[in-house]
Design a protein around this ligand. Structure first.
Ligand SMILES: Cc1ncc(COP(=O)(O)O)c(C=O)c1O
Length: 402
């Protein structure tokens, strides 16, 4: 058997392309944020995590350009040795202060950031207690920890099910090290973690808590400070993780925690030690975006207003919109082909959405995931609603007559 046999026999892409429904890897040739161009066609982008629309803010762009002029385009080394710039430290201080922790450390991607916490913190005899719908980067970090410490370190609980969490926690040795890790806002369905109950459980069963706030920063909590702030339990949340690829208009990620924990991670995480540090332009863009978020809280209000308008419009049309309080708007379809067919109709009508199928969402929960930006106008939102109406009627997906 040749190693590449699996590649040659993988023909699903060609099959889906041949019926015109392949939804992935479509190149954007130009973008203004809420509006992008694909195939010379203008599209309203409602499939991006650019929640506050800051990737195209002239101040953010200028900060990145200035940083390139000052520091060059890359760091050519890891943070530990030659790759630490003063702007990395400035960004770490600003992030720690923003989320209300003593210290922070940054990583080159959000994806790596989760590994960056899990791999050095979890040792033989410790446990990772993980929500079943946590992000793939938490799962990958957990797989590395499992390969180092054994399969028994992972304890998975049913998504957002506090009874199941307690059932599982109560079977673990009280004196063992335990980390409950959870998405603050779940990326596919927009659910918010039940952090107050998790905090209570962590106290009762002697566990630490890590919250992945990729989709919560700049979105929920006081001034966009995330899930712990939303529930007023920042002090009881041990580690806050975030990415720069969503509200922070850049690329990279961070962990914020006590000074001792961050110091330990900075000296033990392979994801920092063996990885070239983040380019200055990324750090400068995130730092400027963070400054703007704090100065212009009205952006977060506009984001929620837009989300509310879109949710309401689609619900009134007769789509099954999963309830929620975040700018992630899941439109439940429940079948792969119908999901792709709706995605394609919307694409042809000039609306870019994300089709979500298994394993990103459980079987039967296939959906079209929409996410709004603060920089969408009323006209953009109405355009999207009208396109959904046309597509929904043509595909017979609406519950009620429109
Ligand atoms: C919940 C969550 N955590 C982590 C990540 C990884 O972040 P990044 O894409 O910035 O590397 C993502 C990205 O989609 C995410 O949704």
């Amino acid at each position: 058997m040749d190693l590449f046999d699996k590649c040659y026999s993988f023909t699903r892409v060609e099959e889906v392309k041949s019926i015109g429904l392949y939804p992935y890897y479509h190149p954007i040739t130009e973008t203004e944020g809420p509006v992008v161009y694909m195939n010379n066609q203008k599209m309203i982008m409602v499939g991006s995590n650019n929640y506050l629309g800051l990737t195209h803010d002239p101040r953010v762009k200028q900060a990145a350009i200035d940083a390139i002029n000052k520091y060059g385009t890359g760091c050519s080394g890891s943070r530990l040795i030659n790759g630490s710039l003063d702007i990395h430290f400035k960004l770490e201080e600003a992030l720690a202060e923003f989320v209300g922790k003593e210290a922070a450390c940054i990583f080159s991607t959000g994806y790596q950031t989760n590994q960056g916490a899990l791999v050095p913190l979890i040792k033989k005899g410790d446990y990772i207690i993980s929500d079943a719908e946590n992000h793939a980067s938490i799962i990958q970090g957990t797989l590395i920890a499992k390969s180092l410490c054994g399969d028994s370190i992972l304890v998975k609980y049913k998504h957002n099910d506090m009874k199941d969490l307690e059932d599982k926690m109560s079977t673990l040795p009280l004196d063992a090290g335990k980390l409950i890790v959870v998405d603050g806002v779940f990326s596919m369905n927009g659910h918010i973690a039940q952090l107050p109950q998790i905090v209570a459980m962590a106290r009762k069963y002697n566990a630490r808590i890590m919250v992945d706030d990729a989709h919560a920063l700049g979105v929920i909590g006081t001034g966009g400070r995330g899930t712990a702030s939303h529930f007023n339990c920042t002090n009881q949340t041990d580690i806050i993780m975030g990415t720069f690829s969503k509200s922070l208009a850049s690329s990279g990620g961070f962990l914020a925690a006590s000074e001792r924990v961050i110091n330990y991670i900075k000296h033990h995480a392979p994801a920092i030690i063996f990885n070239a540090s983040m380019p200055a332009s990324n750090a400068a863009a995130a730092l400027k975006a963070l400054e703007i978020i704090q100065k212009e809280p009205e952006r977060i209000e506009k984001l929620h207003y837009n989300a509310q308008q879109l949710r309401q419009g689609l619900t009134q049309l007769g789509f099954t919109v999963l309830p929620g309080e975040t700018p992630i708007i899941p439109v439940l379809i429940g079948d792969d082909l119908k999901t792709f067919a709706l995605w394609k109709k919307l694409f042809d009508l000039g609306v870019y959405t994300n089709p979500i199928i298994f394993p990103a969402t459980p079987q039967g929960q296939q959906l079209i995931r929409l996410s709004v930006m603060a920089t969408h106008t009323d006209e953009h939102i109405n355009y999207v609603i009208n396109a959904f109406e046309k597509a929904g009627v043509e595909l017979n997906l609406l519950h009620t007559a429109v």
